[in-house]
Design a protein around this ligand. Structure first.
Ligand code: FUL
Length: 693
């Protein structure tokens, strides 16, 4: 009896202690964001602008010897950039103050290679200042891209350069007001001008820059900053392993403090990581980062940008979208149009939260305390949350929509100041009295968005099926977002047959072959059609049920490849290089095969003014060519070198590489692969094409 009393009293006592604890906010679970990371995460969407001497040389990376005199943007207007970004719903702009070529957009005291020696404003211009002023005027935050690799500076590779780099950082972080983010790209191809040395300089990126002391300096100068670094040290934010605009569906905002960071860790984060390192998705509104006129018809359309939105912000990342600035110093009108339409589409998509302030019930509530009740997830207040007792890792929340309601999007946010917890969840809808699972996913983090076909239901149920600790959910949303038809893809095979495709189910296509804008009165697409030779194809997808059209897809096709023959290769599958299918690739493998020259007989003579190379689209593949020479010939015997150089950023951004030169008459072409991204014995070709006059 005595024993029973003792046990009973102890039990009651611990029950009381437990419930008191549960009436308190949950303790943080694992690493948590710093105040700066939190401020940054809440920005969600901001811009990059890429502008440098590359803008005038049609390059992706300058070598460092380009003439400063080229820089003369006669209409430069940072206020235009800021206005567009603001109207598009962005919260800040990161400017390429210095790209890999070393040219500075501000009149740095420490180099002559800057705007101060350019014709722009007679050397009195300061683009970083103008950007800072414009950001201020439009209520945007300012960020700085300062390339650690400097292909111009004579001291690059020596200890002296670190002083130079820090001096420049000091200028940028002192003279332009508050900076929200600093961006250190890790690219380093080794070779460069280096003050005239024209050589290859290798550095060990983990030690050379002495990041630790550089970070101390940065944080001293800008206490509210976040550091992005892909150059040999883990900063406050991480790259997602691709520049295509998506992060992993599972995305932990965690990494380990020390140790190797693999591609998979960049892309998915690390569930067991001991440091908070959230993901930033950086991508360009065009295929490349700098402006190239050939890409004027390749600006991403609203459906493409929406896809990026869901795959970045909708997967617990931020979105850093780039605008390449034109040589005149402005954002191209098409880029502006797409960015503004995209901003409008995002606004429209999430305008009405169908569950805000609805009736909600939770399977568990922390300490049965209203402060942690279900309604806290739908009260529109980011500082309140629904939470359960510490021991609970499976819980659900049911929301009554009041009447049958149509929706196709689900939004959920964890209260990340207490850590990222949820490992798996489902989302169900009550349709005709039965629960139906409409979506399921893994991590949540700051924000998770799920898309599914429209469903009409009276109730919805969000269930956490696995979590690292008790769930802490700050916000839930259910939306009926407009659906956009994807821009059709246009491809031509070697026989000259053009096919139109899309991922959507149901639409029909209309197209033109004379450069005019397609409408529903244009040619209706039934089967692949012949459109050989130089032709501009424009196409739209059209959904007869809704009467909606997609944006226009455009493809400028050059001469026919019908008579082209790959010479000297006894392998039929080499025809994949000309099949118009970007997913198929041919590889030349073998010991010491590089340099390897791929020779094509064009069947006739043409005025060849450029060539196009598409690398393997599989980023894991070897054979992605980085250094090339391109030759032409009229007899397949004597060859003339017409272009040579590097496909600069091909590893991170494996898009079409286009090189132009003064047109020459040729019947044979040779693309010689000198080196690839992996430094092994493979040359891979997805497609080869030409630019003719
Ligand atoms: C890359 C750079 O090498 C590109 O040129 C660009 O600046 C991009 C944002 O980062 O990896």
């Amino acid at each position: 009896m005595k024993r029973f009393l003792v046990v009973g009293t102890v039990g009651l006592f611990s029950f009381i202690i437990m419930s008191c604890q549960q009436n308190k906010s949950p303790e943080p679970c694992g690493p948590i964001p710093s105040e700066n990371q939190m401020q940054w995460q809440e920005m969600e969407y901001y811009a990059f602008v890429h502008f440098s001497l590359n803008t005038y040389t049609d390059q992706s990376w300058g070598y460092g010897n380009e003439d400063v005199k080229l820089f003369n943007p006669e209409k430069a207007d940072c206020r235009q950039w800021a206005r567009i970004c603001k109207e598009a719903g962005m919260k800040g702009i990161i400017i390429t103050a210095k790209h890999h070529c070393g040219f500075c957009l501000w009149p740095s005291e420490y180099t002559a290679y800057s705007v101060k020696n350019a014709p722009w404003k007679d050397g009195n211009g300061d683009m970083v200042r103008e950007m800072a002023d414009a950001c201020k005027e439009y209520g945007l935050k300012l960020g700085i891209y300062l390339s650690p690799w400097d292909r111009n500076h004579p001291d690059y590779g020596k200890p002296e350069y670190i002083t130079y780099f820090r001096n420049q950082l000091t200028e940028l972080l002192t003279n332009y007001g508050e900076i929200f983010e600093v961006w250190f790209d890790g690219a380093n191809g080794g070779d460069g001008y280096y003050g005239g040395a024209n050589e290859t300089r290798k550095i060990d990126r983990t030690t050379y820059y002495d990041w630790k002391n550089t970070y101390t300096l940065i944080r001293k100068l800008q206490p509210n900053i976040v550091i992005w670094n892909d150059g040999g040290d883990r900063g406050d934010l991480r790259w997602v392993g691709t520049e295509e605009g998506f992060v992993g569906e599972t995305n932990w905002s965690l990494l380990n403090d020390t140790g190797e960071v693999t591609w998979s860790m960049l892309h998915y984060g690390l569930e067991t990581g001991n440091a908070w390192v959230p993901a930033e998705v950086n991508t360009s509104i065009r295929p490349e980062w700098f402006y190239h006129p050939v890409e004027d018809s390749k600006v991403k359309t609203v459906p493409q940008l929406m896809e990026t939105y869901y795959n970045a912000i909708g997967r617990n990342g931020t979105l850093l979208l780039n605008f390449p600035i034109m040589p005149n110093g402005l954002i191209h009108p098409t880029d502006e149009k797409m960015a503004l339409e995209f901003g409008k589409a995002v606004k429209e998509s999430f305008a009405v939260n169908l569950v805000e302030k609805a009736r909600a019930e939770a399977s568990h509530v922390r300490g049965n305390d209203k402060r942690f009740g279900a309604t806290k997830a739908i009260d529109g207040n980011k500082d309140t949350y629904w939470a359960t007792d510490d021991s609970i890792t499976k819980a659900s929340l049911t929301i009554d929509l009041g009447k049958p309601t149509l929706f196709n999007r689900f939004l959920v946010q964890e209260y990340i100041p207490l850590g990222q917890r949820v490992k798996a969840f489902t989302f169900e809808a009550l349709v005709d009295g039965n629960w139906k699972e409409v979506a399921k996913a893994t991590t949540i983090g700051y924000k998770r968005l799920l898309r599914f076909p429209s469903v009409k239901a009276t109730k919805v149920r969000f269930t956490i099926t696995d979590s690292k600790g008790c769930p802490v959910i700050s916000n839930i949303g259910v939306y009926n977002a407009p659906v956009f038809l994807n821009t059709p893809s246009i491809a031509r095979n070697q026989a000259g047959e053009v096919s139109l495709t899309t991922n959507d189910i149901g639409p029909v296509f209309y197209y033109t072959t004379d450069g005019s804008e397609p409408t529903t009165a244009s040619n209706l697409y039934h089967y692949p059609f012949i459109a050989d030779g130089k032709v501009e194809i424009k196409a739209i997808a059209f959904d007869p049920a809704s009467g909606k059209s997609s944006p226009v897809g455009t493809e400028k096709l050059d001469i026919s490849r019908k008579d082209w023959r790959i010479i000297g290769i006894d392998d039929e599958s080499a025809s994949k290089i000309l099949d118009g299918n970007t997913a198929t690739v041919w590889h030349k493998r073998g010991e010491k095969i590089l340099p390897f020259g791929l020779v094509v007989d064009l069947g006739n003579n043409f005025m060849v003014g450029g060539f196009k190379y598409l690398p393997d689209q599989n980023k894991w593949s070897s054979g992605i060519i980085t250094n090339y020479r391109f030759y032409v010939s009229s007899d397949n015997k004597s060859w003339k070198l017409v272009s040579e150089g590097e496909f600069s950023n091909i590893k991170n951004n494996p898009v079409w590489q286009i090189r132009t030169f003064a047109p020459v008459n040729a019947r044979y072409i040779k693309l010689k692969a000198l080196k690839n991204t992996q430094g092994d014995d493979v040359a891979g070709f997805a497609e080869i094409d030409l630019v003719t006059k």
